[in-house]
Design a protein around this ligand. Structure first.
Ligand code: RB5
Length: 147
């Protein structure tokens, strides 16, 4: 395991897109950690957000990808952890700016709202874009502990 490992998790609404993104990452030679789910059987997205947050917190992964129907529920659940900055991306500008300005460590997709090609492009941009630091660091620091 390494901080370069990308963890993925999804609920039943997102597992197909999660599997497609996982295959892409593997093809690129990246280490992936698949935390499920792996079928259309109904599950609860907070459980999968928690599994992914824990993988980042304990160092099994450095970045994460979460997918549900909209990306909203699973992102809300992940953002309950002060160390997680989960951003929903609908286009590559979201994916770039959530890294440059927000140092997002998790990207969220809605399988019902975002097509696979857009999600693929967003994930590539998310993984290759660095945090800009500077004035943004102060803001990240303010979010790193509970209010
Ligand atoms: C599951 O039906 C759906 O509510 C979930 O995938 C997600 O869209 C929630 O935000």
């Amino acid at each position: 395991m390494s901080t370069k490992t990308v963890a993925l998790a999804a609920d039943h609404g997102g597992f197909e897109l999660k599997n497609l993104l996982k295959a892409d990452l593997e093809e690129q030679g990246l280490e992936v950690l698949d935390l499920g789910t792996n079928s259309s059987d109904s599950v609860d997205y907070p459980d999968f957000a928690q599994a992914l947050a824990e993988a980042i917190l304990d160092g099994r992964a450095g970045r994460g990808v979460l997918v549900c129907g909209t990306g909203i529920g699973i992102g809300i659940a992940a953002n309950r952890y002060p160390e997680i900055r989960a951003a929903i991306a609908h286009h590559t500008t979201d994916a770039r700016l959530c890294r440059q300005h927000n140092d997002a460590n998790v990207i969220c997709f809605g399988a019902r709202t975002t097509g696979p090609e857009v999600a693929r492009d967003c994930l590539r941009v998310f993984l290759e874009t660095e945090f800009e630091g500077g004035r943004h660091s102060r803001r990240i620091e303010k979010m790193s502990k509970r209010p």
